[in-house]
Unconditional design. Structure first.
Lengths: 137, 192, 144
């Protein structure tokens, strides 16, 4: 009973972490927080995969000379190992985009940026109006 | 086995606590350091789950380099997060619903550590035997990574390479910003 | 930060051992935990530590950007080159059996070269990322 409850607890917390990450991505305005949310989500998926690969009483998948050793599943380890490094590279890409946005708009809050875009858009409409009026004259 | 599970549950609860603290964090430095701590606890978890290679990678990449990159980027960003203006009820509701569905589905997942679960049946026994007989390398993860799944790793290396090149391209030539060019154009048009 | 003697001397002492440890992780990856990805990051961290403590200019003197970009591409080319070489010797792409005298020897050579390529690319991508972030100049200085 206790062991099965503990066995499910791992999955549950992984799902909760996933949802916290998702909430940080879709619920927050700050772009840096969004990227941190992506990192949280990523790590929770890694945990899920590694949890699947665990075998009771197994050893890390490094061969030894003892017969009948149970090795934990190495396949998820391989997938996640590469995914971690790729994850950092893509996080860096996201950070660089945030830096550029900050230097363009002077803010990394979503509301600020869309408001500035709206102002720009109306400016553009007005200038095009004046241009067309000039053209008619 | 029970003790392993208890350590596991304890570490995963620490991760949950850090994630909840992240929800409340408002300053950037606090956020970055909490993320680093989160990665470090994740690395500990990977060790208890027998994934030593992954733990090594997570400790060096997730807790090390990624924190350095965040700190380097932080120098140019606002130090504080502003209070949310929009309503957060809808995203929260969405996440809660999705989380509830996932937890409901988790009852169909195999129990942790069961040797008969489907994931252990298919190709992995061949990899373990092949690593001993065909390749002759003790670390099965390395032999799967570089030999059996060499295409995969090639693709990942190219992705890392491409991401690096893309960051260099994005961060270069920042001085002539797009908005300045636009405003200069505007001035030129108005002058005509 | 470059006026603090403790940091300077500790960096000078630690620099070589970090790279040595990186090489150990790289070439011991066949027998224990480790491999190209981890080793690349460890070697990169030595150069990043140097650049943080002594300043970006000194760091770029030690490890110039041109060499960095060259090695960045070389890693991927090395990986692909091993695949092409195995094709030239009459087997499939990235099938290492034909590279050595026996099957196991060929696999050993192939895995060693491929992991080295991964290590080169990862370490140089990390250093390049750090250089890019550290030398970024914010253009909105006048706004604040």
């Amino acid at each position: 009973m206790i062991s099965s409850a503990l066995g499910v607890w791992n999955y549950w917390v992984v799902f909760l972490l996933m949802m916290i990450g998702l909430f940080l991505v879709i619920g927050r305005q700050n772009f840096l927080k969004k990227i941190v949310g992506l990192t949280i989500f990523q790590t929770s998926v890694f945990l899920l995969y590694i949890t699947f690969g665990k075998i009771k009483g197994g050893t890390p998948p490094i061969l030894n000379n003892i017969n009948e050793t149970i090795y934990s599943n190495p396949l998820p380890h391989v997938l996640i190992l590469t995914a971690i490094v790729v994850g950092v590279a893509t996080t860096a890409l996201g950070l660089s985009l945030v830096l550029r946005i900050n230097s363009e708009y002077g803010s990394i809050e979503e509301e600020d940026i869309s408001a500035q875009d709206l102002v720009d858009y109306h400016d553009q409409i007005e200038t095009s109006k004046t241009v067309s009026i000039k053209f008619k004259k | 086995m029970i003790s392993e599970l208890i350590i596991n549950a304890f570490l995963v609860s620490i991760m949950l606590a850090i994630a909840i603290a992240l929800l409340k964090a408002r300053t950037v430095i606090y956020t970055v350091l909490l993320t680093s701590a989160y990665s470090l606890v994740a690395a500990l978890m990977f060790i208890t789950l027998d994934a030593v290679d992954v733990a090594f990678t997570e400790a060096s990449v997730g807790a090390g380099i990624s924190t350095i990159l965040f700190l380097a980027a932080m120098a140019f960003l606002p130090k504080k997060e502003e209070k949310n203006v929009t309503n957060q009820a809808f995203p929260a509701l969405l996440c809660l619903t999705l989380g509830g569905v996932l937890i409901w589905c988790s009852f169909d997942l195999p129990e942790i550590g069961l040797a008969t679960s489907p994931i252990h049946q298919h190709i992995v026994p061949e990899y373990i035997l092949g690593s001993r007989d065909d390749i002759g390398i003790p670390n099965i993860v390395t032999s799967v990574l570089a030999s059996y799944r060499g295409y995969d790793t090639f693709g990942e290396t190219i992705v890392v390479f491409t991401a690096g090149i893309a960051v260099l391209a994005i961060l270069k030539n920042n001085k002539t910003s797009l908005k300045k060019i636009k405003s200069q154009k505007k001035v030129a048009e108005n002058g005509q | 930060m470059d006026n603090n003697p403790i940091l300077r001397i500790a960096t000078k002492i630690l620099f070589a051992p970090i790279i040595l440890f990186g090489l150990y992780v790289q070439f011991h990856g066949d027998f224990g935990p480790g491999g190209g990805f981890q080793a690349g990051v460890i070697v990169a961290s030595a150069f990043i530590l140097y650049a943080i403590v002594f300043g970006l200019e000194k760091g770029k003197e030690l490890f110039p950007l041109s060499i960095n970009l060259f090695l960045l591409a070389l890693g991927g080319i090395l990986y692909g080159g091993v695949g092409i070489a195995s094709m030239m010797l009459g087997d499939e792409f990235l099938s290492y059996n034909v590279l050595g005298s026996s099957q196991q020897a060929g696999q050993h050579i192939g895995i060693l070269l491929v992991e080295f390529g991964v290590g080169l690319t990862v370490s140089n991508v990390m250093i390049a990322l750090f250089y890019a972030f550290a030398s970024f100049e914010s253009s909105n200085g006048e706004k604040k």
